[in-house]
Design a protein around this ligand. Structure first.
Ligand code: IVH
Length: 443
């Protein structure tokens, strides 16, 4: 066997085992055997530098990214998703789809959908050219994102070269980069041991990692990915007719696709899929904040089109926000850059939806008075995904006998100036232009 043949064989075997390990979580060989294959490939490549190619599995980590990331324009906008928070809102979505497709209101014809888990990560767009990964970009504002190719290349679930040639030319796949929970816990305990600030949740850790300028560091973090969209196959002819087949095609090409997808006919099947994941999701190794529901037929999708923000053929069904009770230690006030003085809750730390919450918003003084929230109260706190946690209200049956009605301060906690409130407004303001809090924040 020539070195070129052996190199080719090793690359195919290494990619196969990377896929077994990082995509399917089902390795076929021991880590030491995998390392031996990798070392042999590295040796052959260093002896035969002319045989090194950019899509070789030895080439995941390149040099440092010199300055910041370059801005790149997406071939078509990366849209967001409309949300549904209840059965009614999901039925309303189905009604809109049926109307859009001209299915009679009274008709029993049910629309075919695909339900997928909504991955709580960061969306990215990967470009492949003749089978090789050439670019990875963040969503950015949806129109323009950042070119994070060197970091994307370090993610071992992502193939540097696609399997088989069933799709050629230049095309783009879109999906979500995330940090598995196990990796998140490992990183945070390492940071704790080193005295570094811990990440609040896996999503923040993934976001910070993907935008790090050192791919060697990114490679150690253990990011992963799932893909769910195929944009503009360069062939022009559409290789598939449905979304479900698209997902199967992506999987065949060697891309990671979340395995719990399901075809559902009509709303009732969708609802039972959503409900079944409300609790089951906690057993997954990644955070999911809902179910994405998509019309299966691609021709129907084209018919439905999109608004400027969302496709009309998809909706995100959000899991209900998680709630916990905890002690409200103190109601503190914060002075913002505009002089707005806003109260917030300092809580006995409590673990909700994947992170420890020790502060929560209380909106404004009127809201606190209306709900009669007092320092020392037990309160109900709610957090959904990555939104700011909020205090819903006090648990009156557990109120300490000495709890005092809370009063908004009348003077600025930073400079002592009297606070004012404009007619009909809920916000109190410090109007002292030289208030240190305002100056500091204004910097
Ligand atoms: S489809 C045209 N499917 O959720 C819209 N999005 O809240 C394409 N997301 O921006 C999106 N899991 O980053 C889709 N299975 C999934 C998803 C998913 C997570 C993200 C995506 C999107 C955001 C909207």
């Amino acid at each position: 066997m020539t070195p070129a043949e052996r190199i080719n064989e090793l690359r195919i075997r290494i990619r196969h085992h990377e896929e077994r390990y990082y995509v399917l979580n089902d390795p076929e060989i021991a880590d030491a055997e995998f390392d031996a294959l990798m070392r042999e490939l590295e040796r052959l490549e260093s002896e035969n530098p002319d045989l090194v190619t950019e899509d070789s599995p030895t080439r995941r980590v390149g040099g440092r990214v010199a300055a910041g990331f370059a801005t790149v324009e997406h071939i078509e906008p990366m849209l967001s998703l409309d949300n549904a928070y209840s059965e009614e809102e999901l039925r309303a979505f189905d009604d809109r789809v049926r109307r859009g497709l001209g299915i009679d209101a009274g008709s029993a014809d049910a629309v075919k959908y695909v339900a997928e888990l909504k991955i709580d990560g960061l969306s990215v767009a990967l470009t492949y050219e003749n089978g090789a990964l050439v670019r990875g970009a963040t969503r950015g504002d949806g129109v323009r994102g950042e070119d994070v190719t060197p970091n994307i290349r370090t993610i071992r679930a992502i193939p540097l070269r696609l399997r088989d040639g069933s799709i050629s030319g230049r095309f783009e796949v879109r999906g979500e980069i995330f940090l598995p929970r196990r990796a998140f816990e490992r990183i945070n305990s390492e940071r704790e041991a080193a005295g570094d600030v811990q990440f609040a949740n896996p999503r923040n850790a993934a976001a910070g990692t993907l935008r790090n300028l050192d791919p060697a560091l990114v490679a150690t973090r253990g990011l992963s990915a799932f893909f769910y969209q195929l944009v503009s196959p360069a062939t022009g002819s559409r290789p598939v007719a449905t979304h479900f087949e698209t997902l199967e095609l992506l999987r065949r090409l060697g891309l990671p696709v979340e395995p719990h997808r399901q075809r559902c006919t009509g709303v009732d099947e969708l609802l039972s899929f959503c409900r079944s994941w409300e609790d089951k999701r906690r057993s997954l190794d990644f955070d999911t904040d809902g179910v994405v529901i998509k019309v299966d037929q691609l021709a129907d999708r084209r018919l439905l089109g999109a608004t400027s923000k969302f496709p009309r053929w998809a909706v995100a069904f959000k899991f209900p926000a998680e709630q916990k009770t905890t002690r409200l230690k103190e109601i503190a006030v914060n002075v913002g850059r505009t002089g707005a003085v806003t109260p917030f809750a300092v809580l006995e730390p409590v673990f909700i939806s994947g992170s420890t919450v020790s502060m929560a918003t209380l909106h404004n003084a009127d809201d606190i008075a209306r709900k009669d929230i007092r320092e020392g109260d037990w309160v109900l706190v709610e957090k959904a995904g990555d939104v700011i946690p909020r205090v819903i209200g006090p648990i009156l049956s557990r109120r300490p006998a000495d709890a005092q009605i809370w009063k908004m301060p009348t003077t600025c906690p930073r400079c002592g100036a009297e606070l004012h409130r404009a007619e009909g407004e809920a916000v109190w303001r410090c109007e002292n232009t030289s208030c240190p809090a305002k100056l500091q924040r204004g910097l």
